[in-house]
Design a protein around this ligand. Structure first.
Ligand SMILES: [Zn+2]
Length: 290
């Protein structure tokens, strides 16, 4: 059996037989890996308590037919505060489930997903008292960047039906430096971002199924689409632009109002599930508490 070393985060674990554990890993170098840790549940296991969910490990594995076998595991970092709070644990599990169920084999985007997962778990580990606003804020960032990295972000700069440029100034003004939280006058913001009112006819339209925003000219012809969202607030449009372009630290430092965050959280959850055809076990409970 050939062996290899890798750095990985444990996404999920199952008990196998009397003493073994099956681990679903996300490796920086190899993407998703299914592995078995023999004897991991014995009191005197050589792995100690290192093989817990969310732990970031340096592993030595040998290739197996179905499951790779963990030979050695060194702990790089544990996110030990996550399991202390049920909601924090659940949201952390949620993003792990997204990575697990989208089944990414190893590609050049694997390290980017790994960094995103690591950063978000680190941030979850710092959430105090299972604060739902912060848990949603981190998850919203995770989903937005995950969609962007994997090539399925909603189309925001052009109409997703006719392809017409909706707003040439949309990205050029630099959303990461633009904050919607400084009580700017909304019409000044509109001017600053040079929104084309004639195309929008004063409104923004969005459809999960169509994959993004569309223009006012196309809107009359598509009244019957089931998930058509009319009159999306300008605040939401600006927030989405900011979210998809902002660096994590800048995003986490921005104060975002709870109503706006909740709306975007639900939309992005639905968008992700629709486009990846995902059925997430953690999704139903999360929806019931936010
Ligand atoms: Zn159009």
């Amino acid at each position: 059996m050939s062996s290899y070393k890798t750095k990985a985060i444990i996404l999920k674990s199952y008990n196998l037989g009397e003493a073994d554990k099956i681990l679903k890993l996300f490796s920086n170098e190899n993407g998703l890996v299914d592995a078995v840790a023999k004897g991991a549940r014995k009191i005197k296991s050589k792995f100690g308590g290192r093989l817990e969910v969310f732990n970031f490990l340096e592993l030595e594995l040998s290739k197996g037919r179905n499951l790779d076998v963990i030979c050695q595991a060194e702990l790089i970092k544990n996110f030990c505060r996550i399991p202390e709070d049920f909601n924090t644990f659940l949201f952390s599990q949620h993003i792990c489930e997204i990575v697990l169920k989208t089944h990414f084999s190893c590609t050049d985007i694997t390290p980017m997903i790994f960094r995103l997962l690591y950063s978000c778990l680190s941030e979850f580990n710092c959430v105090i008292g299972g604060n739902l606003h912060n848990l949603q804020k981190i998850t919203v960032f995770f989903i937005a960047k995950f969609l962007k990295i994997t090539g399925y972000p909603p189309l925001m700069h052009a109409c997703c039906i006719c392809g017409k440029d909706i707003n040439a100034g949309f990205y050029k003004t630099g959303f990461p430096t633009f904050s919607i939280n400084h009580n700017e006058n909304i019409s000044d913001v509109k001017k600053q971002l040079s929104f084309k009112d004639d195309i929008y006819k004063g409104s923004f339209y969005f459809s999960i199924r169509l994959g993004g925003f569309f223009c006012g000219e196309c809107e009359p012809g598509i009244q019957n689409i089931p998930d058509l969202k009319k009159n999306i607030s300008l605040e939401t449009v600006i927030f989405l632009g900011f979210l998809f372009n902002a660096k994590f630290k800048i995003y986490m430092n921005a104060a975002i109002n709870d109503r706006l965050l909740k709306g975007v959280f639900k939309t992005l959850e639905d968008y992700l599930k629709y486009h990846y055809d995902l059925n997430l076990n953690t999704g139903t409970y999360i929806k019931s508490i936010v």
